[in-house]
Structures are given as structure tokens and as C-alpha cells.
Write a protein that binds this ligand. Structure first.
Ligand code: GUN
Length: 295
């Protein structure tokens, strides 16, 4: 059976090109460009890398980025104050607080403090609520779930009526991607750490989304022949043979899955670049909404 490695980098480059042209057009018409605030608390290396990549992508397409690198011990009050300033700043159209946050900060309070109209991460309860309910439209869809659907659509994968299995139920990936697939009329199975006989569930998936955050959880023989597999996991595992001492692997054992799936995203260059492209898309859409006065 033919097997395709899904080229997330190429898809993301196409989207960045489209957005770059839109930013240039906006600048020519209005003299303004979209703006994104990124907020990083602490010094987790992975988070630093993610935020650096997001800022670089903004620069690439002409989106202005306003960044805050805050100390690990910042108080919740100070963090909320910064968010509120960005909520009021007319040059900012999107606000992203990199997760996870230190334990002393109430993540839910932070997410709720971001203006619904600038919540380009799609994690405000109002946006998530509207995403979950049928017939409603959130202002923003979280970037990774949006990337998964964009990949399936660009590959022209049929969703309606087919079996979609999602492994993982995080607020930012598992739950929203499951709801998006359900709203597109997939027959959905949502699995998590309490699911019994997980391989008996994953084997049914015409579409399998792995978002458990567990390296190598899903083995080749857990995958239906011909399935399309989207691996959202980016897990760092020790690797003494690599220069950095670690390497990034997905939730699916790629070397085994390639003999079962018809197409699969590699890690880290599959969903990762597309997630960032969706952040740019959300920021662009937000700026358009603000500048047209339709909020
Ligand atoms: N940390 C890991 N993934 C994400 C994400 O999509 N958004 C934010 N804000 N933090 C993350």
C-alpha cells in the first residue's frame, strides 16, 4: 500500500506565503499590520523554543510581535495586569500565553482574562464553549486542532461518516479536535488514560489523532490498514547518540506505523509548523475583524 509522509512544513510555507500577501495588502490599505503579544513565564527550554519559533514566524510574514519574558516567580496579579494592558492595546490583535504556567498561577484565571476577541489560542471558555456547541461559531479555534483539520482538508481526506479516533482529552488539543471532527460528521471515539483495551479502539480509526503526550504509545499494529494518522505528540526522549542528548518523538511509533497507515505526519515537522501557521491565520483574521469594526 502506498504511504505518504505528510509534509507539514511545505503546507505551512504555503499558508505563510498567503498570509504575508494579506499583511502587505492590509498595510497598503490601512497603514496597519496585525500584532501578536506572546507571554512566556519562566525558562522551560521547550517553551522558549516554541515562543521563539512563533515570534520568528510573525516576523517572516510581517506580523508585529510584542513579547514578554517574565520570571518564573511573577505574581498572578502582575501577569493579569500585563494581559489586561494587551487587551486594551489597539496594536495588539492576538494574545498568547505559553503553557504550561508555573504551579502558583491559576491557568483558568489567566485564560479567562484574555479578551475573547484577542484569544488567538482559542482557549477562553467562551471560545471553547462555542466550539463545543453545535450551530455556534467560536471567534477562534485552537491552533493545533485547527492545524489537524487543515491537514486533512488539504489532503482531501473524507471526514463525513468515517471513524475518527482521538487519543487524548486535553483542553487545548484532544477535546477541541474531537469536537471539530464530530461537527464534520465523523463517528467519533475519544480515548484517554482510563480507556480500556486502547488498541481495540485505535484499530477502528480511518482517521487517528494521537494527542496523548506519551512517547511511542501507539504501535503499528494498533493502526487500521490505510488510516490517516496525525501525530500531535512532541515528546523529548533521552538519546545519548544525539548532539543535544535528547530527541523529539511522537505518540506513534513512526517506523511501525508506516507499514499500516496510508499517510502520516512526522514529528516534529508535521503538525508543529502547521500549528504556528494557524496562529498566524488566527492573528490575521483577528486584525481583519478589528479593522473592519466587526467584532
Ligand atoms: N503549550 C503547548 N501547546 C500550546 C499551545 O497550543 N498554546 C499555548 N499557549 N501553549 C502551549
Amino acid at each position: 500500500m502506498p504511504f505518504e509522509i505528510i509534509d507539514g512544513s511545505k503546507m505551512a510555507a504555503e499558508i505563510r506565503k498567503e498570509i504575508k500577501a494579506e499583511v502587505e495588502d492590509m498595510k497598503a490599505r490601512t497603514g496597519k499590520v496585525p500584532g501578536l503579544t506572546t507571554i512566556l513565564v519562566g525558562t522551560r527550554p521547550e517553551s522558549q523554543t516554541y515562543v521563539r519559533n512563533k515570534k520568528r514566524a510573525c516576523k517572516d510574514v510581517g506580523i508585529a510581535s510584542f513579547s514578554y519574558d517574565l520570571p518564573e516567580d511573577i505574581s498572578q496579579k502582575k501577569l493579569l495586569k500585563i494581559i489586561k494592558e494587551s487587551n486594551r492595546n489597539p496594536d495588539v490583535h492576538g494574545i498568547l500565553v505559553q503553557l504550561p504556567l508555573p504551579a502558583h498561577i491559576d491557568e483558568a484565571a489567566v485564560q479567562s482574562a484574555i479578551s475573547v476577541e484577542k484569544d488567538v489560542d482559542g482557549i477562553h471558555p467562551m471560545n471553547i464553549g462555542n466550539l463545543v456547541m453545535r450551530g455556534r461559531k467560536p471567534l477562534f479555534i485552537p491552533c493545533t486542532p485547527k492545524a489537524c483539520l487543515e491537514i486533512l482538508d488539504r489532503l482531501k481526506v473524507k471526514i463525513e461518516g468515517r471513524r475518527a479516533v482521538v487519543v487524548g482529552r486535553s483542553n487545548i488539543v484532544g477535546i477541541p479536535v474531537a469536537m471539530l471532527l464530530l461537527h464534520r460528521n465523523a463517528t467519533l471515539t475519544l480515548c484517554h488514560s482510563y480507556t480500556q483495551y486502547l488498541p481495540a479502539k485505535t484499530i477502528d480509526g480511518d482517521i487517528l489523532i494521537a494527542a496523548a503526550g506519551k512517547p511511542g504509545l501507539i504501535r503499528g499494529d494498533w493502526i487500521k490498514h490505510g488510516a490517516v494518522v496525525i501525530d500531535v505528540g512532541i515528546n523529548s526522549v533521552e538519546d545519548p547518540t544525539s548532539e543535544k542528548g535528547y530527541r523529539l518523538v511522537g505518540d506513534v511509533v513512526f517506523e511501525e506505523a508506516q507499514y499500516r497507515a496510508s499517510a502520516m505526519t512526522p514529528v516534529p515537522v508535521g503538525v508543529g509548523p502547521m500549528t504556528i501557521a494557524m496562529l498566524l491565520r488566527n492573528t490575521m483574521d483577528s486584525a481583519n475583524r478589528f479593522l473592519s469594526g466587526k467584532k
